[in-house]
Design a protein around this ligand. Structure first.
Ligand SMILES: [Zn+2]
Length: 270
């Protein structure tokens, strides 16, 4: 294989250089083990508080799966230090290319996570040569990172409804942003507490204050939850649904209730 310098350039990990490259077996699709070491070290970063220190306690070889080099699967091998940190005590050294405790690099996690959005997890696992559980963890980490980095919207129009997931799991309550078609939160059961919990935990006070209308079905616990979710001047009031108003004009059922076999819509607004 090429020189260490060339391999380091191909690997492209900032502040790491390639020491040696080993083939695990013969063949056109053999796995490569790439031994890496830090370069330009200014101490080792504590994984707890990110302070740098030179006080190394010991080290252990650890491996991470990385993006493939052409047809070849790649495993990175690095002697990860454990350091004495003044603030945290004994901690492992932080490595920037992987999450703590993860067995794959961040960039491989990103590719697996993206694939999982368009194919089953088992297919993504086979495609990237990792186990199903590893692919699943990668997808969860990918989604968690996406969720905490995306901008927080202030949805104006919410929808609350239940979904049925079979005899054992029973009902779930879903709170969603109706305009963007996005699920905001999911809670077990279809009780007043489920929806109240979603309204209070999935939305912060600024987001709650921005809500203009909530659409629910005529399930009484939901009606209670929406009417009781906000206090004072922010309280939402039940208003007649436009369709209900039409019906009332024709036949005269009570406001807010759709009669004639379709009692399934209720609108709450400021
Ligand atoms: Zn520390």
């Amino acid at each position: 294989m090429g020189s260490q310098r060339e391999c380091t350039r191909i690997l492209g990990l900032a502040s790491f250089r390639v020491e040696t490259v080993e083939w695990e077996a013969d063949g056109s699709r053999a796995r490569i083990r790439v031994w890496i070491e830090r370069r330009g070290t200014r101490g080792y970063e504590c994984s707890g508080c990110r302070r740098r220190t030179w006080r190394v306690r010991d080290h252990a070889e650890r491996t991470w799966d990385d993006l493939p080099w052409a047809e070849h699967r790649v495993t990175l091998v690095y002697r990860q230090r454990r350091v004495y940190c003044r603030m945290c005590g004994i901690r492992t050294e932080r490595v920037a290319f992987a999450d703590p405790k993860a067995r794959i690099t961040k960039r491989l996690r990103q590719v697996i996570g993206l694939d999982c959005q368009s194919m089953p997890t088992s297919h993504a696992a086979v495609r990237h040569g990792v186990s199903w559980s590893k692919a699943r963890r990668a997808e969860q980490a990918f989604l968690a990172e996406w969720d905490c980095t995306r901008p927080k919207r202030r949805p104006r129009h919410l929808g609350a409804d239940e979904i049925h997931r079979g005899k054992t799991q029973k009902f779930y309550t879903v709170l969603s942003d109706l305009v963007h078609g996005e699920v905001i939160g999911l809670a077990k059961d279809r009780t007043e507490a489920s929806l109240t919990g979603l309204l209070n935990t999935c939305l912060d006070p600024r987001q709650r204050a921005a809500v203009k209308a909530v659409c629910t079905d005529m399930h009484q616990p939901y009606l209670n939850a929406v009417s009781g979710a906000e206090e004072g001047r922010h309280r939402l009031r039940q208003i007649p649904c436009p369709a209900a108003r039409l019906r009332r004009a024709r036949r005269g059922p009570p406001a807010g209730v759709l009669s004639g076999g379709r009692r399934d819509a209720c609108l709450w607004a400021r």
